[in-house]
Design a protein around this ligand. Structure first.
Ligand SMILES: Cc1cc2nc3c(=O)[nH]c(=O)nc-3n(C[C@H](O)[C@H](O)[C@H](O)COP(=O)(O)OP(=O)(O)OC[C@H]3O[C@@H](n4cnc5c(N)ncnc54)[C@H](O)[C@@H]3O)c2cc1C
Length: 446
């Protein structure tokens, strides 16, 4: 009899955790992921603002799993799941493939949501992938370069105005970092412009930054951002956005148009398209964010062989954070192990343990919320550094991150400022060429 086949889609927090926990089981595991790396998303903003290199936060999945002989890693963009034939359909560039499964783990994460305005993405990249972070790095540093050349004062103003949409942890971190970059790192490097004049505007529909951290930490964050020089526009929705402007509408009905070339979209999330595929193939419900409404054991109702984990699952009380992904993967792996061992696990239900939230605002400043416990300032920042370092996968990445942090935090110097035109326009160029262009380009056919 052939061995049990487990297919895992995604090499993020959930997919990687599931793979590691199932390593060594009497099963053949195939991990299919769009990228060849495991990405530590919480530090993407540091890649975008020149503190860390992409290698620091995105070690290669193959290398991480190389000791586990029952795991095969394939770089694969999954496009379809045939739940009747129990096959996953995927492609690498333009080549199509099929992989059969007995147990399937779908952990393909989430992308950015532009709340029904996908065209905003042309002018305001999100921050979900290494490509996004490098594009933003090129756009941010590129705006200062263009401002140094611009003749027209209004154009200089526009180039030196950065708008960050979304005041959750990512938006707050980005806004704080762009201000620090402008006022410390770039100070004295230009001859015609004064980079310290750069405006950073943080926009959100909520009434305070970091709404999930509660009133006290939200207000504290607002004061810290004020001190840094970040302009805050709360109770404001983006109603329009193009190459040179962002239009806001406030809760009181008033509007504001901000002239800005470089925009960052750090608002809403939308689960991976595979959620919709599963809904079509199995009839499972998906919520407004495209997440799959799984049963108490995190499987698709009627399909005990299909688990949906992490950012793709909709489970009441479980937020879309790293802990949700890690804990759901550990739970699913334990069920799969029980099943392989012939133990009954039909009555088991997932329960989430909230370990709290944290966000940095700037160097030496962070906020931490754990149950009723609150921490701010330097102690919170030290806790933030320690925990993030602990969760980065791989000793090499941890050391690389520590070294880069040491230089940036002590001296304000950023060692990862290299940008290329390819980073800036690659995404848009590929989108114009179409989804299946990469194979043809590599073959010299276009
Ligand atoms: C900028 C940012 C900052 C964050 N900060 C924090 C934080 O400070 N603390 C915190 O707890 N959480 C944070 N989060 C949230 C956290 O990163 C996510 O909740 C977590 O990554 C979810 O894990 P996941 O495994 O479900 O998905 P992901 O980690 O997103 O992994 C998804 C995987 O699926 C792959 N994939 C996607 N589509 C396909 C496909 N069609 N075919 C094959 N593979 C596919 C991807 O390549 C990836 O490997 C942050 C997220 C972002 C974007």
């Amino acid at each position: 009899m052939s061995r049990h086949r487990i297919v895992i889609i995604g090499s993020g927090f959930a997919g990687l955790r599931a793979a590691r926990q199932l390593a060594g089981q009497d099963a053949d595991i195939t991990l299919l992921a769009r990228t060849s790396h495991h990405l530590f998303q919480p530090l993407l903003y540091q890649v975008a603002t020149g503190i860390l290199s992409e290698g620091d936060i995105a070690p290669t999945t193959r290398e991480i799993l190389k000791r586990h002989r029952n795991i095969t890693v394939l770089q694969a963009l999954v496009e379809d799941i045939d739940v009747e034939a129990r096959e996953v359909r995927w492609r690498n560039h333009n080549e199509s493939h099929t992989t059969g499964y007995d147990t399937l783990i779908v952990a393909a994460g989430a992308g950015q949501s532009y709340f029904g305005n996908p065209h905003f993405a042309v002018f305001a990249p999100g921050m979900k992938t290494i490509d996004d972070a490098l594009e933003l790095r090129a756009r941010i540093f590129g705006a200062f370069e263009a401002a140094e050349i611009a003749e027209d004062e209004a154009e200089v103003e526009r180039l030196l105005t950065f708008v960050v949409v979304g005041a959750g942890p990512t938006g707050v971190e980005m806004a704080g970092q762009i201000r620090e970059l402008a006022s410390k790192t770039l100070k004295g490097e230009f001859r015609r412009i004064d980079p310290t004049r750069a405006r950073v505007v943080l926009v959100d529909g909520a009434d305070r930054p970091l709404p999930v951290f509660g009133e006290r930490l939200g207000d504290k964050t607002r004061r810290e951002l004020d001190r840094l020089g970040v302009e805050i526009r709360m109770n404001a929705l983006v109603t329009d956005l193009d190459a040179s402007t962002v239009t806001l509408r406030f809760a009181d009905g008033s509007t504001e148009v901000i002239e800005s070339t470089c925009k960052v979209w750090a608002a809403g999330v939308q689960a991976c398209e595979l959620g919709r595929v599963l809904a079509e193939r199995t009839g499972v419900e998906i919520d407004r964010a495209g997440r799959v409404v799984v049963g108490p054991d995190l499987t698709v109702p009627g399909h005990p062989e299909i688990f949906v984990l992490g950012d793709m699952m909709s489970v009441p009380g479980v937020p879309g954070v790293a802990q949700g992904a890690i804990q759901s993967a550990s739970f699913a792996a334990s069920i799969i192990k029980d099943r392989l061992a012939g133990r009954d696990c039909s009555d088991r239900a997932f329960s989430y343990r909230d370990k709290g939230s944290m966000a940095t605002i700037a160097r030496f400043k962070a906020v931490v919320s754990m149950g009723r416990f609150r921490l701010t300032g330097l102690p919170a920042w030290i806790a933030w550094c320690f925990l993030h370092l602990l969760y980065i996968v791989g000793f090499k990445s941890q050391i690389g991150t520590l070294v880069h942090w040491f230089f940036s935090f002590i001296s304000g110097v950023r060692s990862q400022r290299t940008t290329t035109n390819q980073q800036m326009v690659g995404r848009l160029a590929l989108e114009r060429l179409g989804a299946h262009s990469s194979g043809r380009l590599v073959a010299g056919e276009e």
